[in-house]
Design a binder for this molecule. Sequence first.
Ligand code: 5GP
Ligand code: MN
Length: 338
Amino acid sequence: MINSNIKNINSLIDSNSGSIVITSHKNPDGDAIGSSLALYKYLTLKGHDVTVIIPNEFPGFLAWMKSSDRIVVYKREAKLAKKLIAKASIIFSLDYNAFHRAGDLKDQLQKFIGKRVLIDHHVNPDNSFDLVYSTTKTSSTAELVYNLIERAGDQKLIDNEIAEGLYVGIVTDTGSFSYSCNYSATYEVVAFLIGLGLDGEHIHHMLYDTFSEDRLNLLGYCLSERLIVLRNYNTAYIHLSADDLDRFNFQIGDTEGVVNYALSINGINLAVLFTERDKYIRISFRSKDKFDVNIFAKKYFDGGGHKKASGGNSYVSLEETIANFTKLLKLYKKELSS
Ligand code: 5GP
Ligand code: MN
């Protein structure tokens, strides 16, 4: 099934003569940007006219990536993005599986009359796509892009730029090979990329040793002042108000990874980060094996994602959101205690 889907996507690419747009989800992460830039370079090398369009700004720790300066950000360049989408013959949706995850790009995706192609690793893909390559049994969307290239017999086209994109996607979506990576295939892809001469250590340094002082101070503040541990529910959460964020000159990406610290406490099965944004509360959920945060985020917090890592949103105040959340925990005491 999956093999034939890859084959169909590759046939579509081969027969395509129009322009191609690659899109990813709102608040794009390392996998969204890495997989998009890798596919962008690959399709460009194959002679296609390609543009990457994302709904809003990507985090600064990815700005070193080649061609990242060519990404069109819809929030900043809506007119250009609309024009590019209107004239495209194919739109790829990478690292998300439902239009509403693409923020303000949603309307453009719905209106689009060409072929819609999904490459993604989240559960329950929407049925709005013409061609779908989707599995949850993989590290990342970047790994799926590698599979697509390999299946086309185009491994020889993988240059340093493509390799970097693929590696960034894999390394960021697995927390540097600590989750979603119990697949030998993932390591085979990485071995292949390192074999090509990719400097994995340097990429790690670019991703994780380039934080601002403010970001580190914010992390310290989260851990010392804003961490609440609810031992009865094996749950830990961190909450940040808009004032907290202002105090540390918050930039997009600065809270990336913070929730994992709460999960790293011995005996904690559920970790949550609540962040007050302009008009809503952004929530990150992480769990160890037992608790399914995708179901929880979907059911109560207008979100979803993966079993062990999901996001969500709440449209009441930070205090009310936390009160609602702690009330809900009572319903899940048994699942959380195991
Ligand atoms: P994060 O907590 O890092 O923002 O998100 C964790 C995971 O959940 C990511 O894989 C992301 O794609 C997914 N995710 C985040 N927010 C949402 C959301 O609002 N809806 C859905 N369906 N998935 C989300
Ligand atoms: Mn991903």
